[in-house]
Design a protein around this ligand. Structure first.
Ligand SMILES: Cc1cc2nc3c(=O)[nH]c(=O)nc-3n(C[C@H](O)[C@H](O)[C@H](O)COP(=O)(O)OP(=O)(O)OC[C@H]3O[C@@H](n4cnc5c(N)ncnc54)[C@H](O)[C@@H]3O)c2cc1C
Length: 692
């Protein structure tokens, strides 16, 4: 239905019922077809580059095919299940305790009634596991995290750090939720610095047991998901202590994981020696029962050591295939990267939901307009496009990058190829940090872009924002993770000068380092034609040049400062530089993946849409960092201006197909169920919600 002038079809009835008039007026804002831009009016022409913009025809169905992951069927099963069970849907208003119970009921129903059993996919088919996680997280993010704690964290430690005997004993109970469990790593005094944890597991050769102890309050396990209410077991990370015959009495073998029963399987009573407290009401994710655990001489059988990377024999002798504490620690944490992969992937899903709600609303919402003309869609304001169109382009870029991460992770799980392990480690750290930070910022932008209606809880930005916020911190704090990426880049940089091989993801450095070491080309620095600026080679070269330059300069600075400050001090002196380097590298990886996906897209109309999105992503990023490029004359002043103009123009073109682009995310109504993102019939839900 074409929107009409807001005043033209007013009736006497409307006049006598101001409420009905208001609803009618508002419902027009929610009519699904966007008002076409009035190209005849001078103000609107000045507003955009409309005269140059021929609207692309997008075949949404083909684009959906290009975007769709392999496991849509299982996701649909999840949505159908929850759609058919209203009593299992999370209401907008719910108390913490009710939410926790509902979340547990949701998970049990998913596994036992819908027959969706995520655990087997953790090991067998991680891509399918992440697809389930994504769908379940869209139902309620608390449910997604609760599921992640059970299967990826507690179950994942048993599968990845344990051996056959552990799988034989615990697999079924974890799978069917008879053994709900926790992942107990973080302590009150230590979160990011895992090697600093103080909980100890001392071997007692007389009884053939480990004794788990919390030596001081700082070592209380804190924030542990599933601990406050539902958990029966915990995989507890502790320093393994072996008795020695010297004066020290014990030897510290480093951090290991142990299975510790925390509640009685039948009575659910807390077991002796264990103290459990509730971490309380949180900013978000209140369906997850985070708790604190203290251990006082808790005895567990020697078999409960998850012994894949290190074992203790009956006589107390320690064996490991890895030669040092650091190597064992790295191997242990390396097995846990799946959590990061899942968070990066789910974060993109949150971004898709938020962008869809904000863009659909912005297409339908009308405010102001030229004198005596109908009001215009708020997405026709350049400022609104500036907020939302590069975000939409980024969402596409992140979609392909995280899909690639999931595929590489799955390949690594099959092949255990050493180079892939290194690659996935750095890529998952970088993408998790970059994408979750971006999404967190975007959620506030989307809320604001929807004005007052964005603030109504029923329109979802509050829960999305609050539930997602912690993605920046858990499974590795983003600032800490980016440093791991930077450290890896520096390692690769050293390798390059030693003539060694580079990991796949960093291969580009070989070429671009050489380019960096020579001065920017003064001729190409002036090229400003649209063809050149939209050439993937120009875009990738620019991204990679920046990374190489940052890498080269930070290496020099670190070298200089380490002479006076030592390596820790020098690192800290260059920390912001290192973080910029890591982000720059990740942006290069994201762009490279997007370019690859544009090229390989089989349908011409979808390819054209993706190319538009890709160019906007690339030029917007270059423009955001234009100072860096100008400082070294990588782009001349006129070229900088051309980049800016073209980015704005592309933003407008993307606006023209924004409705198609969000439709191609193919999110079921169940997921984007915010009334302001729905068609006019559904709008009545919104008015009913507030009591009309
Ligand atoms: C809702 C929720 C659920 C959780 N679930 C679990 C769970 O199930 N199991 C579990 O074991 N843990 C869990 N955690 C804990 C979580 O993993 C930690 O909070 C996280 O690892 C960060 O540690 P921290 O809180 O000690 O932060 P800190 O490490 O103290 O970080 C605080 C600040 O210091 C900065 N910082 C720290 N180190 C550096 C550095 N080297 N360089 C620069 N800046 C630095 C960080 O960037 C951050 O801004 C959960 C936490 C929450 C809030």
């Amino acid at each position: 239905m074409e929107p009409t002038d807001l005043n033209s079809n007013r009736t006497d009835d409307d006049e006598s019922h101001p409420t009905a008039r208001r609803i009618q007026r508002l419902s027009l804002h929610l009519t699904p077809v966007p008002r076409p831009l009035d190209r005849t009016h001078p103000e609107l022409q000045a507003l955009t580059c409309a005269s140059r913009a021929a609207k692309l025809e997008v075949d949404t169905k083909s684009l959906i095919v290009c975007m769709r992951g392999k496991h849509r069927d299982v996701q649909e099963k999840v949505f159908e299940f929850f759609n058919s069970r209203p009593e299992l849907q999370t209401p907008v208003e719910i108390s913490k305790d009710d939410h926790r119970e509902l979340c547990m009921r949701q998970l049990v129903a998913l596994v036992r009634e819908a027959g969706i059993k995520p655990f087997r996919y953790v090991a067998e088919d991680p891509a399918k596991y992440f697809a389930i996680l994504e769908a379940v997280g869209s139902v309620d993010m608390s449910l997604g995290i609760k599921m992640g704690v059970q299967y990826s964290l507690w179950g994942g430690t048993v599968l990845n750090l344990g051996t056959k005997k552990h799988k034989a004993k615990y697999y079924d109970g974890i799978d069917n939720l008879e053994y709900p469990g926790c992942f107990a790593m973080t302590e009150l005094h230590h979160g990011s610095n895992v090697q600093g944890i103080q909980t100890v597991a001392t071997f007692d050769p007389i009884t053939d047991e480990f004794i788990i102890d919390t030596p001081n309050d700082g070592a209380i396990k804190w924030w542990i998901g599933n601990a406050a209410v539902h958990g029966k077991f915990a995989s507890v990370f502790a320093k393994l202590m072996l008795p020695t015959h010297d004066t020290k009495g014990v030897s510290d073998m480093g951090v290991h994981a142990f299975i510790v029963p925390i509640r009685d399987l039948k009575t659910h009573e807390t077991l002796p020696g264990i103290e459990i407290h509730d971490c309380g009401h949180k900013i978000g994710l209140n369906g997850v029962d985070n708790g604190a655990l203290r251990f006082c001489s808790v005895r567990i059988p020697r078999d409960n050591l998850l012994n894949r990377f290190g074992d203790v024999a009956r006589d107390g002798k320690y064996t490991s295939s890895l030669p040092s504490i650091n190597k064992r620690f790295a191997a242990t944490l390396g097995e846990l990267v799946g959590g990061r992969v899942g968070l990066a992937y789910s974060s993109v899903s949150v971004l898709k939901v938020a962008a869809t709600i904000a863009i659909r609303y912005s297409l339908l919402r009308q405010q102001f307009g030229p004198p005596k003309q109908p009001e215009v869609s708020i997405l026709d304001y350049q400022s609104q496009q500036h907020k939302l169109m590069p975000m939409l382009a980024s969402t596409y870029a992140f979609h392909f990058a995280t899909l690639h991460l999931v595929e590489t992770y799955s390949e690594m799980k099959k092949s255990h190829d050493e180079q892939l392990v290194g690659d996935v480690h750095a890529l998952s750290a970088g993408l998790k940090a970059y994408v979750t930070s971006y999404t967190a910022k975007s959620l506030s932008i989307c809320r604001e872009a929807c004005g007052g209606h964005g603030y109504a809880a029923v329109n979802r930005f509050g829960s999305l924002r609050n539930d997602h916020d912690i993605f920046q911190t858990f499974e590795g704090d983003n600032t800490v993770l980016l440093q791991q990426v930077a450290a890896d880049l520096l390692k690769q940089y050293k390798e390059k000068f030693r003539g060694g091989t580079l990991a796949v993801t960093w291969n580009y450095l070989r070429e671009s380092m050489n380019t960096y070491l020579s001065q920017p080309n003064p001729v190409t620095a002036r090229w400003e034609s649209e063809d050149h600026l939209r050439d993937p080679k120009f875009q990738l070269d620019a991204f990679r040049y920046r990374t190489s330059r940052l890498l080269q300069s930070v290496a020099v600075r670190l070298n200089k400062h380490s002479k006076t400050l030592g390596s820790f001090g020098a690192w800290n002196r260059c920390l912001n530089h290192l973080l910029t380097l890591a982000e720059s590298h990740i942006e290069s990886v994201i762009l490279a993946k997007l370019i690859e996906n544009v090229k390989s897209c089989p349908d011409a109309s979808s390819r054209a849409a993706l190319k538009l999105v890709c160019d906007l992503y690339a030029l917007d990023r270059i423009w955001n960092d234009i100072g860096t490029y100008r400082n070294v004359d990588y782009v001349a002043p006129n070229k900088a201006k051309a980049i800016h103009k073209l980015a704005e123009y592309l933003s407008f073109q993307v606006r023209n197909i924004a409705g198609d682009l969000v439709d191609a995310f193919d999110l079921p109504d169940y997921v984007t169920r915010a009334p302001i993102a729905m068609k006019s019939e559904a709008y009545s839900q919104y008015t009913q919600y507030v009591g009309f």
